[in-house]
Design a protein around this ligand. Structure first.
Ligand SMILES: O=C(O)CCC(=O)C(=O)O
Length: 154
């Protein structure tokens, strides 16, 4: 388990949901054989800000979604793909898949799948953690070897 484990809190009106991205763009200085476990704390239906996944997107070559990176509300950060989830789905011809996460559910995903989170629109906040694993024999991205802090820039 990589020591950089992220705890996220979103409340209604924050408008800071995670833009469409692939995890590997945030950890590309190490082994690509990474597994993410996303853990919502408590029930997390889409309206509370759950993760959504672009169907089959782990098979897309990065060049195919590279042009979307120019359409962004956070131009200083080239790692995210796009903030416009409808445009992303339409451009890539794929559906966003979602689940009605209930307390105790966890989601496991590969580092090349395009995913995002939705805005929290409920009174209940969204609290979640994301934790990543690599094989003991693999070399992880060194930025993920120290505990997370919100200002670590990684
Ligand atoms: O919780 C989020 O908003 C993003 C989490 C995420 O992208 C991940 O766990 O890979």
């Amino acid at each position: 388990m990589l020591p950089r484990r992220i705890l996220r809190l979103f409340h209604r009106g924050a408008r800071r949901a995670s833009r469409a991205h692939v995890d590997f763009d945030y950890m590309d200085r190490g082994s690509p054989a990474v597994v993410t476990v996303w853990i919502p704390v408590g029930d997390c239906p889409p309206r509370t800000g759950a993760l959504v996944y672009l169907e089959g997107s782990h098979r897309l070559p990065p060049e195919e979604y590279a042009p979307l990176r120019d359409i962004t509300d956070r131009p200083a950060d080239r790692r995210q793909i796009c903030h416009d989830l409808e445009l992303t789905a339409r451009t890539l011809g794929r559906r966003w898949l979602w689940a009605d996460f209930a307390a105790g559910d966890v989601m496991v995903h590969v580092p090349r799948v395009i995913h995002a989170s939705l805005d929290t629109t409920t009174d209940a906040m969204r609290l979640s953690a994301d934790v990543r694993f690599v094989r003991a024999a693999d070399t992880p991205d060194p930025r993920w070897l120290t505990p997370w802090s919100a200002d670590d820039g990684a």
